[in-house]
Design a protein around this ligand. Structure first.
Ligand SMILES: Nc1ncnc2c1ncn2[C@@H]1O[C@H](COP(=O)(O)OP(=O)(O)OP(=O)(O)O)[C@@H](O)[C@H]1O
Ligand SMILES: [Mg+2]
Length: 442
């Protein structure tokens, strides 16, 4: 097509064939190019449409606010959630500036953050009160600058998360957490009351023996006293020697004197036993909150097991293996509570069994004192072994157990820096092992 006209035309002015061919070829090529461009354009167009639909669906479905603004703050697009919040249809937003939806200081805060973000080409976050038909709602906005090809700031994309809802949800969560804690401490209190109840059952049973002993002996003392009164009345009245000898034999005063001593001794024994029990209890409550001290774990286990045994009325056999004294460091009152829980669980598990037996094995391992407590009950099925220490896990009937015994015990031992766990490789019965820091064994 670059040829000059004289080359195109023949001598008679007719078109040269070769030139014709060139022209046709060029037209063909241009047409093919056009078709190709057209196809490309259509593909692009389709892609653009898909992108628009995609963006449209994002804008329609996103629950956070999304607002696209020009450099001057004019809104060029916004998500349906934002339109809904400000109470305007999407079409009506055109021509509005984003600043219109914020009042006074809130507006200044947002606009200056936006200007900064565009100018510095850096993202920013700002919290501002959005004016909505229902009032002013706190929103956290993330401002991302929009840049053109030359990295010049041409506007910004604001994504905002309404905080009001979040804060309400948070305070509701806080409230239910608070209630849960309340309920939990109530349950812990109940559990403590229940173990106190068990302890008291033991105490009552234990006191009953020596008290009835004291009572029976004082009854005898009264009887002897009235015989001696009779005798002394006769002495006072000036009875003859023979009469007194006869009366002495009749009243069996010689035997009464010996019995009198026994009765006094018996009453004293009983009273001393009562005193010891009270002393035990006093120690238990005093050491419950007390300091960490060195104490005998074996003795502690013995006392704990005896209390539970007295309260449970079963013929429980207790075996002790290992050294007679194993010293550990801790609060004996607390550890006794743990051991009572463990013994009580074992007793419950062995209920109705012929030969309920608990074997304690204590000893040292390096700097650690340990105590194993094993029963010959049904054992703990493998599928619940992981859960028995969870609060409220119980296999007992409603009203029989709260499921807090083991979790509280575990916590107590952990607070001591020790461990409470199921023993490994147990073939029959259940076995728990408690470890504490080794105490001073003098
Ligand atoms: N020696 C044991 N033998 C068999 N199962 C046991 C033994 N000790 C604990 N368990 C199981 O672990 C569960 C949880 O014990 P935990 O002491 O925490 O609660 P509980 O005894 O059920 O109730 P609570 O102690 O609050 O009265 C028990 O219900 C029982 O199923
Ligand atoms: Mg229990």
């Amino acid at each position: 097509m670059q040829q000059k006209p004289e080359h195109i035309l023949g001598q008679g002015g007719e078109l040269n064939d070769a030139v014709w061919l060139d022209v046709l070829e060029a037209v063909d090529k241009t047409y093919a190019d056009l078709v190709e461009y057209q196809e490309k354009l259509e593909t692009r167009n389709n892609e653009l449409q898909a992108l628009r639909r995609f963006l449209g669906s994002i804008l329609a479905s996103i629950s956070d606010y999304l607002v696209v603004v020009e450099r001057d703050g004019q809104i060029s697009n916004a998500s349906a959630s934002f339109c809904k919040a400000v109470g305007l249809e999407r079409a009506l937003l055109d021509g509005h500036g984003v600043a219109e939806f914020f009042d006074g200081a809130e507006r200044d805060k947002l606009m200056s953050a936006m200007r900064d973000a565009i100018q510095r080409r850096e993202e920013a976050t700002v919290e501002a009160l959005l004016t909505t038909p229902a009032g002013r709602d706190p929103v956290e906005f993330r401002i991302a600058p929009r840049l053109d090809r030359r990295r010049k700031g041409i506007g910004a994309v604001l994504t905002g998360r309404p905080l009001g809802e979040l804060r309400r949800a948070y305070s509701e969560l806080e409230e239910s957490h608070h209630q849960l804690k309340e309920t939990q401490s109530q349950l812990v209190r109940n559990e403590k009351l229940a173990s106190l109840g068990r302890l008291l059952a033991g105490v009552a049973h234990e006191l009953n023996n020596p008290i009835s002993f004291v009572y029976a002996n004082t009854h005898s003392l009264e009887k002897y006293a009235s015989r001696f009164e009779t005798y002394f009345e006769r002495v006072q009245a000036g009875a003859s020697r023979d009469e007194l000898i006869a009366l002495r034999a009749e009243l069996k005063l010689d035997r009464a004197v010996t019995n009198l001593r026994d009765a006094v001794q018996g009453a004293r024994d009983g009273a001393e036993r009562v005193r010891d029990i009270v002393e035990d209890l006093r120690r238990l409550s005093a050491e419950g909150s007390g300091e960490m001290l060195s104490f005998d774990l074996v003795e502690c286990a013995r006392v704990a097991a005896n209390w539970v045994r007295r309260g449970s009325k079963t013929a429980l056999t207790l075996n002790f293996q290992g050294p007679a004294v194993v010293m550990a460091i801790g609060r004996p009152g607390h550890i006794q509570q743990v051991l009572m829980n463990l013994v009580q669980n074992a007793v419950d598990a062995m209920a109705g069994q012929d030969d309920p037996t608990i074997t304690f094995q204590a000893g040292y391992e390096g700097d650690t004192a340990f105590l194993g407590l094993r029963d010959n009950g049904p054992g703990i099925p493998a599928e619940i072994a992981q859960t028995i220490f969870d609060p409220f896990f119980t296999t007992k009937d409603v009203g029989q157990g709260t499921g807090l015994g083991l979790s509280i015990s575990h916590k107590i031992v952990e607070e001591h820096g020790g461990t409470l766990a199921l023993c490994e490789q147990i073939t029959d019965g259940a076995c728990f092992r408690i470890t504490l820091k080794r105490g001073d064994d003098g």
